[in-house]
Design a binder for this molecule. Structure first.
Ligand SMILES: [Zn+2]
Length: 304
């Protein structure tokens, strides 16, 4: 592990210009310095500059800089040297984008649902109305309706995204294990569930819950929600991009048990680096949920 390629040239520049900065530790690819916005009288180093590509951003005022914006002036660099710096910065930006993409990319799997299936005929399921069941395409997989016997006799929740089936899971109708079963190969890092409901219009505040039943239960209560598919971080670059376009802020609202609350806090931090995240307890429905003492949102729905 080394410091970023622009680390030395940046600290040299800050020293020369009398700009306060915090030297990076080994393995860090950023350096904190006083904001370079002339309008911002920054007492603490609030600006973070990426030492691999020289891009800077102020956490307080949002001011953005790129390396060659400021470094040429003071270093009396030749045009050729500035061009070389720019080239290096661009190369590193592209490399890091490619790394994100490679990490994110998985060969897509083609999912198909059995042709014959039974719809919910104007019946609700565990407090969820036929309207929401229909809109999200939920159906029953009775004995003969799924080629995989593990999926038979389950309530099936297909994941549709932009009109395409990108996976599904089933919840048992009896007491077999596992209670929930997901189709093999689903890339949950890319799935937004239920896409059809949140894609209708811009969602100012979206709840993030553990499972599909929690999710549909919140919709039933009138609160937009997405499924996190468990308690771990399940967000690829494309999914985050899509969510940023579709929603304002997120409220992490995991189960009402110790693990749920603890994992929720961790997810809040991770998502907070990428998107605006609020805390569940600050919302009216969140306070009601925590106070109610029931374990999950479906129990909460059915206790209302
Ligand atoms: Zn600033």
């Amino acid at each position: 592990m080394s410091l970023g390629v622009f680390h030395d040239i940046l600290s040299e520049y800050f020293q020369k210009e009398g700009i306060k900065f915090i030297p990076s530790s080994v393995g860090e690819n950023f350096i904190m310095c006083q904001c370079m916005n002339p309008q911002h009288n920054d007492k603490n180093p609030s600006m973070s500059i990426n030492t691999d590509n020289g891009d800077g951003y102020c956490f307080t005022c949002g001011y953005e800089v790129t390396l060659t914006d400021f470094i040429g002036e003071c270093h009396e660099l030749s045009n050729g040297a500035i061009e070389a710096l720019e080239l290096k910065a661009t190369k590193n930006r592209i490399e890091s984008l490619n790394e994100d993409y490679e990490e994110d990319y998985q060969e897509p799997i083609k999912f198909t649902l059995p042709k014959v299936f039974r719809k919910f005929n104007n019946t609700s399921y565990r407090g969820i109305s036929p309207e929401i069941l229909t809109k999200t395409g939920v159906y029953l997989s009775a004995n003969e309706y799924h080629e995989n016997k593990d999926f038979r006799y389950r309530v099936m929740f297909p994941y549709y995204q932009q009109g395409k089936l990108v996976g599904y899971e089933g919840r048992v109708l009896d007491n077999r294990k596992p209670k929930y079963l997901r189709a093999a190969g689903v890339d949950t890092k890319q799935v937004i569930y239920p896409y059809a409901l949140i894609a209708e219009k811009f969602v100012p505040t979206l709840f993030v819950v553990e499972g599909v039943m929690d999710c549909l239960s919140l919709w039933e209560l009138g609160y937009p929600a997405i499924c996190n598919f468990g308690t771990e971080y399940n967000y690829g670059v494309n999914k985050l991009d899509m969510l940023s376009e579709m929603v304002g802020s997120l409220v992490v609202a995991f189960d009402n048990d110790e693990a749920g609350q603890r994992k929720g806090k961790i997810l809040e931090k991770k998502l907070g680096n990428n998107m605006l995240v609020k805390n569940i307890n600050t919302t009216y429905i969140g306070r009601q949920f925590v106070k109610s003492g029931v374990n999950d949102w479906n129990d909460f729905l059915n206790s209302q």
